[in-house]
Design a protein around this ligand. Structure first.
Ligand code: GDP
Length: 485
């Protein structure tokens, strides 16, 4: 039978609806889903889990418990300066399915005194994985088939079992992450909180998340096969979990549990905790939905914002599809003019800087010149003073030499007089009476000073030369002194 295609009421751009035809016999394309499965199995899968929670809250233990293995994790210290993301990738195999699992640990989360920026390294890490994928997509030669997709598919957010309310760090971090990753909140170490307290705590957490507008991942209810179970599980969020890799004998069975003096907490006992619910939802039912949501919702949002930022649009103002070539040209022009503007700005800045430096140098030169002039003046003044002093000294020296010569003359006269004393005794007597002036040991005759040895006998000095220089010896007799000078 041939189906009728709708050919009426078509707009110019609308595609005609395809006609439905029935087949005469088995063709074989009903095997397409099997081909898809087979191809996916061959290709393998990747799944990336981000664990955010305080150090020692049980992240590593829960990962080991979830995948029933022991991942290589080194114990984190509480003294990290900032939050650091540590991804580790493992190849796991179950039946014929290969899973490339990456566990990313937010090391040092909640350990700093100032926690304002604790969320930033986590956001940056998630964005970096989106960016890597986008770069691969934009390549001319893409190899998305072999590409190791590191985009974070789920964030397990570990809440401390305080029984009170969420910490502001938890609210801020979840709010910053909710548009970038699927968040599943879990209450860690649920064996440390009583059943009634846990019930109230869960209600409180959900209330706080809603009132703060934090969007957590909701298990999808649009697929009939899983709608019911997912709806039930959504009501159990946040899951309260217990982790342990220790095996304890309960009855005849060895089970993973935590043993206490008062009893045993079994990890996989749904009356004890929600571990099984978490494993069901995360791994067995919704793993593909988490991968799908990451690609179609979170990555799509990142990609759209990024491309819009770069100037790309789906259509122009007149709803005409935008040509990639035109957008590229426009963007290139914009970039070049921006580059030119920046170049001009830098050139101007350089010229200004040179001018400033030139002015500074000139000012320094002027200061130096002034300093030099001042020093020159000081130097001339000092030179003048030294000259004056030299002249004074020279005058003093010549006066002294004159005095010395006079004294030496006096001395030799005195000596001469002493040696001729007996011969001239009478004559002296006469002279003395003539002049009428007699000084002990010294005579003044025709303006010449006569000095006997006795008259210049030093008063204070032991020999002649110091005595001549010494004032108190020379001024022994005032009359003589005046005559001498
Ligand atoms: P991480 O730093 O968050 O990776 O924490 P670990 O997984 O290294 O666990 C820190 C400590 O908490 C270890 O001594 C674990 O045995 C313990 N622990 C882990 N999970 C639980 C749990 O569910 N309940 C209790 N009571 N202790 C746990």
């Amino acid at each position: 039978m041939v189906g009728q295609g709708t050919e009426t009421g078509l707009t110019q751009n609308a595609e005609p609806e395809p006609r439905s035809l029935s087949l005469g016999g088995h063709v074989g394309f009903d095997s397409l889903p099997d081909q898809l499965v087979s191809k996916s199995v061959t290709q393998g899968f990747s799944f990336n889990i981000l664990c955010v929670g305080e150090t020692g809250i049980g992240k590593s233990t829960l990962m080991n418990t979830l995948f029933n293995t022991t991942f290589e994790t080194e114990e984190a210290s509480h003294h990290e300066e900032c939050v650091r993301l540590r991804p580790q990738t493992y190849d796991l195999q179950e039946s014929n399915v290969h899973l490339k699992l990456t566990i990313v640990d937010a090391v040092g989360f909640g350990d700093q005194i100032n926690k304002d920026e604790s969320y930033r390294p986590i956001v940056d890490y998630i964005d970096a994985q989106f960016e890597n994928y986008l770069q691969e997509e934009l390549k001319i030669r893409r190899s998305l088939f072999e590409y190791h997709d590191t985009r974070v598919h789920v964030c397990l957010y570990f809440i401390t079992p305080t029984g009170h309310s969420l910490k502001s760090l938890d609210l801020v971090t979840m709010k910053k992450l909710d548009s970038k990753v699927n968040i599943i909140p879990i209450i860690a170490k649920a064996d440390t909180i009583s059943k009634s307290e846990l019930h109230k705590f869960k209600i409180k957490i959900m209330g706080e998340l809603v009132s703060n507008g934090v969007q957590i991942y909701q298990f999808p209810t649009d697929d009939e096969a899983v709608a019911e179970i997912n709806a039930v599980m959504n009501a159990h969020l946040p899951f309260a979990v217990v982790g342990s890799t220790e095996e304890v004998k309960v009855g005849n069975k060895l089970v993973r549990a935590r043993q206490y003096p008062w009893g045993v907490v079994q990890v996989e006992n749904e009356n004890h905790c929600d571990f099984v619910k978490l494993r069901e939802m995360l791994i067995r039912v919704n793993m593909e939905d988490l991968r799908e949501q990451t690609h179609s919702r979170h990555y799509e949002l990142y990609r759209r914002c990024k491309l819009e930022e770069m100037g790309f649009q789906d259509s122009d103002g007149d709803s005409q599809p935008f040509s990639l070539q035109e957008t590229y040209e426009a963007k290139r022009k914009e970039f070049l003019s921006e580059l030119q503007r920046k170049e001009e700005e830098m050139r101007q800045m350089f010229v200004n800087k040179v001018k400033e430096t030139e002015l500074e140098l000139k000012e320094k030169e002027r200061e130096l010149h002034e300093k030099f002039e001042h020093l020159k003046r000081v130097h001339q003044e000092e030179k003048r003073k030294v000259e004056e002093k030299r002249r004074e000294l020279e005058e003093e020296t010549s006066a002294f030499n004159r005095r010395k010569a006079a004294v030496e003359a006096l001395q030799s006269q005195a000596l001469h007089a002493t040696s001729q004393q007996p011969l001239r005794k009478d004559k002296d007597k006469k002279n003395r009476s003539d002049i009428g002036v007699h000084q002990s040991g010294m005579s003044l005759s025709n303006s010449k000073v006569m000095m006997t040895k006795a008259s210049v006998e030093p008063l204070n000095c032991s020999s002649w030369w110091p005595a001549i220089q010494c004032c108190s010896c020379l001024v022994r007799d005032a009359t003589w002194r005046e005559g001498f000078l």
